[in-house]
Design a protein around this ligand. Structure first.
Ligand code: PMP
Ligand code: GLU
Length: 399
């Protein structure tokens, strides 16, 4: 079958680089190679027992039918209470809508808000799927890059300079994927002051890594700033904080008219999220031991990985304040060769590392940062040490 039978929108769409690299790594492992997969960002922990128990009970209780499109009331209420308690977000259950993962939540929002040709300012480096979602919605991504020297963070001046009369949304993730950078309360308040001056601009705040934050100050939700509250859509989910990637539960919190629009879209495309997963997620916040334990583990691994990466000649390394990624600048190796292959860019270095060192990483290009590669630190200490040893042994052969 030929691509010209497919819709233009799908031909124009890039494959998800994180998932593609993970697939390549599985293929190599299936051929018998001992691959260490640091490509996909996914907790290596199990979902906490109280959540699994709630799922088992839901199955046994026969909770098997369609749910309301926006989610079961007890889950929407549990989320609204969490947002009030932890994030100072003044939303009720009717302002919460549950979807099939935060990825789905983000796509829904972009789909319902962005009109053809409208601009979405994406604070870069950014997660692979953002720009592609904007493309699907026929919007235009405007990438504003945070400088390596500024912890990969965009300044308020940069944001202000990027706003035009076509700007519809400003979107960002904090803690960030791929950089691990965390925007402080002060920085986010400065962004909020700019947004407040533009009554037609919305903020899409991706807070999926909220619980993986190593700063003393902790997490700040921009939606808690009263002046712009009605124009902030907060996206979060259970995948990272509760190690629930496969359960597929994410949510938005937003003004009721936005929730209603997503309800209409979701009602025609996917319906309510899996009933068992919703029952499970509804009890998640009743026991926060697991997120705390995982935070400590990610913090320890961050220190381990950054320490090891600093020993790799030529790698420029920043210390991430959150999430579970390291994002070294590897451009020192561009133009260098192993005698057969010359590494031209981060795409090639990432593929070369997979072939030579059997370590799967993701090229920074996929995140709008062509000098970097991303390594997930969500795996065991032993594997992390071995992976970086292998990377180091490989790259020092490049001359
Ligand atoms: N946002 C960011 C920044 C992410 O890294 C991810 C993880 N892939 C998501 C959203 C989506 O997470 P999920 O769909 O598993 O809830
Ligand atoms: N957040 C993960 C990553 O960036 C999951 C993979 C994905 O959904 O793209 O690797």
């Amino acid at each position: 079958m030929s691509n010209n039978l497919l819709a233009d929108r799908i031909n124009a769409l890039e494959e998800s680089a994180t998932l593609a690299m993970s697939k390549k790594s599985r293929e190599l492992a299936a051929q018998g190679h001992k691959v260490i997969n640091l490509s996909v960002g996914e907790p290596d922990f199990k979902t906490p027992p109280h959540i699994c128990e709630a799922a088992k009970k839901a199955i046994d209780d026969g909770f098997h039918a369609y749910t309301p499109v926006a989610g079961i009331p007890e889950l929407r209420t549990a989320i609204a209470e969490k947002l009030q308690r932890e994030n100072k977000l003044d939303w009720k259950a009717e302002n919460v809508l549950v979807s099939t993962g935060a990825k789905h939540s983000l796509a829904n929002i972009i789909e319902v808000l962005v009109k053809k040709g409208e601009e979405v300012i994406i604070l870069g480096p950014y997660w692979v799927s953002y720009a592609e979602m904007v493309k699907l919605a026929e919007g235009k991504s405007v990438i504003v890059d945070g400088a390596f020297e500024n912890d990969f963070k965009v300044t308020p001046e940069q944001l202000e300079a990027a706003i035009t009369d076509k700007t519809k949304i400003v979107m960002y993730a904090s803690p960030n994927n791929p950089t691990g950078s965390v925007y402080s309360e002060k920085e986010l308040r400065a962004f909020a002051a700019i947004i407040a001056k533009h009554p037609n601009i919305f903020v899409l705040a991706d807070e999926i890594y909220e619980y993986i934050n190593f700063t003393k100050e902790g997490h700040f939700s921009i939606g808690s700033v009263p002046e712009i509250k009605d124009r902030v859509i907060t996206v979060n989910g259970f995948s990272k904080g509760f190690a629930m990637t496969g359960w597929r539960v994410g949510f938005i919190a937003a003004a009721k008219w936005i929730v209603d629009a997503v309800d209409k879209l979701q009602g025609q495309v996917t319906s309510g999220t899996n009933s068992i997963a919703q029952k499970a997620a509804a009890v998640a916040f009743t026991n926060m031991d697991a997120p705390k334990m995982m935070l400590e583990a990610y913090h320890r691994r961050r220190d381990l990985v950054i320490g090891k990466l600093k020993e790799v000649p030529g790698f420029k390394v920043r210390i991430p304040d959150g999430a579970f990624y390291a994002f070294p600048d590897v451009s020192y190796y561009f133009g260098k060769s192993d005698g057969t292959t010359t590494i031209k860019n981060a795409d090639e270095l990432s593929l070369w590392l997979l072939e030579k060192a059997h370590v799967a990483t993701v090229t920074g290009n996929a995140f709008g940062a062509p000098n970097c590669i991303r390594l997930s630190t969500a795996t065991s200490d032993e594997k992390l040490v071995e992976a970086i040893d292998r990377i180091k042994a490989a790259v020092i052969t490049l001359k």
